[in-house]
Write a protein that binds this ligand. Sequence first.
Ligand code: HAM
Length: 424
Amino acid sequence: MSNSIQAIRGMNDQLPGDLICWQQLEKIAAEVFRLFGYQEIRLPVVEKTELFARSIGQATDIVEKEMYSFQDRNGDQLSLRPEGTAGVVRAMLQHGLLHNAIQRVWYTGPMFRHERPQKGRYRQFHQIGVEAFGMTEAELDVEIISMTCQLWKQLGLTSTVLEINTLGASDSRLAYRSALVEYYQANRNSLDEDSLRRLEKNPLRILDSKNEAVIELNKNAPDILEYLDDESSQHFQHVKELLDNLGIPYVRNPKLVRGLDYYSRTVFEWTTDKLGAQSAICGGGRYDELVEKLGGKKRVPAAGFAIGMERLIELMKIEQLCQPEKRQDFYIVQTPGAARETGLSLAMQIRDAGYSVTANVGDTSFKSQLKKADRCNVRMALIIGENELETSSITVKQLDDGEQFSLSSENFVAEVNKYLTTKE
Ligand code: HAM
């Protein structure tokens, strides 16, 4: 058996060829966020475990069984972040950024959850998301939803569906929780083991059970709309009206409860039918009570979302939206000796002019250097041999059609520039 060390299950390498699409997504998303007035924030990957327990919730799957937690050498209990919202709120509070201020931030980076790995579900995955603070109005909910719409539009995605729901303010949620417990208690026989466990700790989560019998039972479960306080009800109504005004289609999913406990009022997910079981590419909502829960002196309303980047990129690939890798411009093929020096200084001049170039390293034959150039997906080889050195010229060979011509080495950059601009 080989003794080479492999990556950890559910944690993937991102290889050069794959990263083209990632960079494309990151660039477009950063631009969309800028257009909406959001600023980037970068935060540590490790936080105190308590931060996640207090925000995401003790009784959630994430905190109960999915966190990578450990004690460091000082005996502090720490966790790799399973998501970004808790850290953002912590940072906003720690740096006093929420005093009478509206804040709009975005972030990206790796998150860690010890889930059962499968396609679209990993133990290290990446999110790109936004959080906005200081606004109670439904306009904010719709602002962040429309940001995702804008992003899908810029990427060219067509197969996304917006699902929305409301979880009400905490009082309505408590009333709803009691009604659900009563309903499930009366139908205990239809509940599987997992749902029975949730019944004690987190009954709302039974609503998104994947068990057939529970799905059937959920069809007649009480609806949160019947338990909403007036303000939450009006808020939800307003969100729907604003979405209608903007022409953003949505479906209300009364079973959408999300896997994190900090939400209040609006919650949403973007799903697709193209990714199989892991169909949610983005999730988010309002969390008006979280800042206070994490030690804020007063209530600061907030909302945000996070996109699962692996899933979105898979979808971009399926919809053939990833742009092909940009070809490199030049590869310098040279004989040993003096040609090397000419090659190195030519490469510097070419890069100064904004063209990409690889200079061959090593004493191999012209033939094998040209083969390497071909493998590098290069447009043109620049040949510097004895002949070229004598005549102060560079031979340019188009790798697509083999066409070949000669340019002066002194004015090379200007001449090649002219040639390329007339060609394009
Ligand atoms: P979440 O729904 O847990 O929400 O995650 C957001 C997205 O991350 C999911 O829709 C999914 O695309 C992706 N995702 C989650 N777990 C995995 C995994 N194991 N493998 C691959 N992708 C995954 C949050 O994390 C909230 N912090 C979102 C938010 C921001 N709410 C308010 N602000």
